[in-house]
Design a protein around this ligand. Sequence first.
Ligand code: FDA
Length: 292
Amino acid sequence: MLRQALLAVSKSRRAERVIAASPLTRDVVRRYVADDAGAAIDALSRTGLRVSVDHLGEEVTGRAQAEGTVAAYLSLLRLLPAGADVSVKLTALGLRLSEELAFEHAAAICRAAAARDVTVTLDAEQHDTIAMLHAVHAALRKEHRDVGVVVQAYLPDSLDRCEQLGDARVRLCKGAYTAPGAYTSTADIDRSFVRCLKVLMAGAGYPMVATHDPRLVRIASTLAVLDGRDPAGFEYQMLYGVRPDEQARLAALGFTMRVYVPYGADWYPYLMRRLAERPRNLAFFLRSLLSR
Ligand code: FDA
């Protein structure tokens, strides 16, 4: 219920104006969104963590805005070390205007990223964009084999997706939105996550295990051993500001741990999704508002 309400609020421009206008929100934003992307990337890299950097923004409705997103990624790419990744939302590249436009924009980012030895991963967004996401991903892979894509385990067809993705880089996550027909119970989502994980770990691609859930992290490590995948054959991914000790622990064990680092002014929907994931976060948010 609370999750649904927060996700609904994440789409409200009116709520955004009220929440974003409050100077009290800043501390909460800072927990999840890098204030200074360059400094955050340097700090994470120094401790042996990899990064996937997200220039925040989504659901753009104008061509100029979409071109602005591309320009922001091209600037970002100039700062990133080799081996970094950028996470890209197709709706920030103009997907709502046309699939072709989003493809052209994503291809420009892929070309610039390849020149810097940086990979690109396409985020999965609202359910009505998923078919287009996979069409764009497949088209991009004709030229950029290593472009990755996110699969959301809460979608019942996620297992088929994992099977179809063959040798691709696939980031598996639980899913942060709502979708008709999607699994909603923790048990169903976790079971789906494990089914997908089994296919990805046994398959020919590169699995990116994007979860903070300790049980799923353990299952991923076990499956990697059973499938004879060495630690270079897959990676863990977690969000900036979430379970940093666990991020450090997994990196110290020799696993590749990549931190998803969002930055930029358009943080509102991203923050609301993080609050929706965990009711305790909402309490933390309200406490920080009230304690001023
Ligand atoms: P779960 O929500 O069960 O959390 C497990 C534990 O992790 C919690 O008990 C808590 O300790 C901690 N935790 C989790 N979320 C937290 C939070 N927000 N704040 C504080 N602690 C928290 N989704 C999507 O739909 N499309 C996408 O493209 C992506 N991309 C993506 C990239 C990466 C690198 C990650 C890690 C996640 C995503 N997600 C995503 C989000 C994902 O779908 C999911 O909503 C969150 O990761 C939370 O789910 P967990 O698997 O962590 O489990």
